[in-house]
Design a protein around this ligand. Structure first.
Ligand SMILES: [Mg+2]
Length: 143
């Protein structure tokens, strides 16, 4: 399984217009971290550590960055982002188009399950190519 660098946007992705955390955020963050992925949080309006602390998500987050709003790849260096995102979750499509990931709706119904779908997509991407036939695990693989 691949270990992925996962970048979450904050406003209208994790924290909705009413200040409430999107459903399933805590369990999905915990699951991603326990699976060995690395979670980063970035935002176009600044470093959002305090917001993640307030919602008890900071312990799962490796680091925080300012998100480039244009020239996304070129500006990673400008904003001192040390890794290239493998999977981004954002309500702005341009960011998802630039790096790949999940374009999440910017509004959430009370029974919103978008982050569970995000988790499923990440698991799918991480295991892509991991084809294990029955009994294969017992066979030594030569380089
Ligand atoms: Mg946003």
């Amino acid at each position: 399984m691949r270990k992925l660098n996962i970048f979450f946007d904050v406003d209208n992705t994790l924290i909705m217009w009413n200040g409430k955390l999107r459903n399933h955020a805590h369990e999905v963050f915990a699951e991603l971290r326990d699976t060995g992925h690395t979670i980063y949080v970035w935002s176009g309006v600044g470093i959002r550590r305090w917001d993640m602390k307030r919602h008890n998500l900071d312990e799962f987050v490796e680091d925080y960055f300012i998100k480039p709003l244009e020239d996304h790849h070129e500006r990673l260096k400008t904003y001192n982002v040390p890794v290239v995102p493998d999977f981004v979750i954002d309500d702005h499509k341009t960011v998802v188009d630039a790096f790949g990931g999940y374009h999440i709706p910017d509004v959430a119904a009370p029974d919103d399950r978008e982050l569970l779908e995000v988790l499923a997509r990440i698991n799918e991407m991480a295991t892509l190519g991991d084809v294990e036939e029955p009994g294969e695990a017992d066979v030594a693989v030569s380089p």
